[in-house]
Write a protein that binds this ligand. Structure first.
Ligand code: PLP
Length: 347
């Protein structure tokens, strides 16, 4: 397959929320602390560095989701998530920026009742961005509640736009297909090729979008490895394959995925979504102390623990430099403040 540097996303409605490409940086101090060979460099793509709403990966998806909502003439953005959802917070920020009303259906899926989790972090920011929050028990189907609310709004003459958890619709995935183009361009500028591109996998749109983008460019989509932080590994893989196929259909329907191109690991999930692991705690502390960089406890901390484990055990030896996509989620650290108290063991 010939390789391309661009794919046709120009025709898609897009509401710009990023200021430009996010930087790629090498973590040389961390490499030295791990005693790694020069050839197996660890690089990060700083998708936590974005100007709007505290930044993070969801803004890439929201460029296409908000673009679609505006194109359809909608006036209210409705979405769902767990109580400390980064996607909900960034939806509220993006909606404020685009002049849309925002309503969030947030479920108590994570078994935490402490003050920090209930009120700090993303919850504080949702309120500052002016979103209307509909809080629900953990066992409620949030999308059904969202649809009911949308029906009420329509009856009142409003035009709602509904997005599911994580913004991982095929249109949302286009944000990470665009990111794949950005990474390939940066590889050319840096004069290197990442043997692996590592991401957390929650609602699977980040992995699916990157895979679709690489595939459409004629690159090897199996370069992307994700660590599930939400679903069982089988379910996460299934969702990722399905979403990647749907996203690819939107940009290049003539190149279907083949078996084995989507690599998902379940090794860092622990007891479940939003439940801390000892490896996550060690990882967040190690990277903060060696590099001054921050991972969140729900996504980046767990996925980067998987990367460190693979580096230490030389599981990816010979693959060349590795790129980890830092997806943001800093407010999550404040929501988990009790977990990071030095005297407390991992909850
Ligand atoms: C949502 C999120 C992810 C996971 O992305 P998905 O597309 O849902 O798999 C990773 N990191 C952070 C900080 C997130 O908020």
């Amino acid at each position: 397959m010939p390789q391309r540097a661009m794919i046709s996303l120009e025709k898609r409605p897009r509401y710009r929320l990023l200021d430009g490409p996010t930087p790629i940086q090498r973590l040389a101090r961390l490499e030295r602390a791990l005693g790694l060979a020069e050839s197996s460099g660890i690089y990060v793509k700083r998708d936590d560095l974005m100007g709007l709403g505290g930044g993070g990966s969801k803004l890439r998806k929201l460029e296409f989701l908000v673009g679609d909502a505006l194109e359809q003439g909608c006036d209210t953005f409705i979405t769902t998530g767990a109580r400390q959802s980064n996607h909900a917070r960034l939806s509220a920020a993006a909606a404020a920026h685009a002049g849309l009303a925002c309503e969030l259906v947030l479920t108590d899926t994570v078994p935490r009742e402490d003050e920090a989790y209930r009120h700090n972090g993303n919850v504080l920011l949702d309120q500052l961005f002016g979103a209307t929050v509909h809080r629900q028990p953990g066992d409620v189907d949030a999308l059904t509640v969202a649809r009911r609310r949308a029906a009420e709004l329509i009856a009142g003459g409003r035009r709602p736009y509904i997005v599911g958890a994580g913004g991982s619709s095929p249109i949302g995935c286009l944000g990470y297909a665009a990111c794949a183009c950005e990474i390939v361009r940066q590889e050319q500028e840096l004069g290197l090729r990442f043997g692996r591109i590592v991401v957390p996998n929650g609602s699977s749109g980040t992995h699916a979008g990157l895979a679709a983008g690489l595939k459409a460019l004629g690159h090897d989509a199996s370069r992307v490895t994700s660590f599930s932080v939400l679903a069982s590994v089988d379910r996460a893989r299934e969702t990722t394959i399905q979403l990647a196929g749907q996203a690819l259909d939107l940009i290049d329907p003539d190149r279907p995925f083949t078996d084995g191109e989507i690599a998902v690991s379940g090794g860092q999930l622990g007891a479940g979504y939003g439940i801390p692991t000892a490896a996550m705690l060690d990882t967040v502390r190690l990277v903060a102390r060696t590099e001054g960089l921050l991972f969140d406890p729900v996504y980046g901390g767990k996925a980067f623990a998987g990367l460190l484990d693979a580096m230490r055990s030389a599981a990816w030896a010979g693959d060349g430099p590795v790129l980890f996509v830092m997806t943001g989620g800093l407010p999550g650290l404040f929501a988990y403040e009790p977990t990071f108290r030095p005297e407390e063991p991992a909850a």
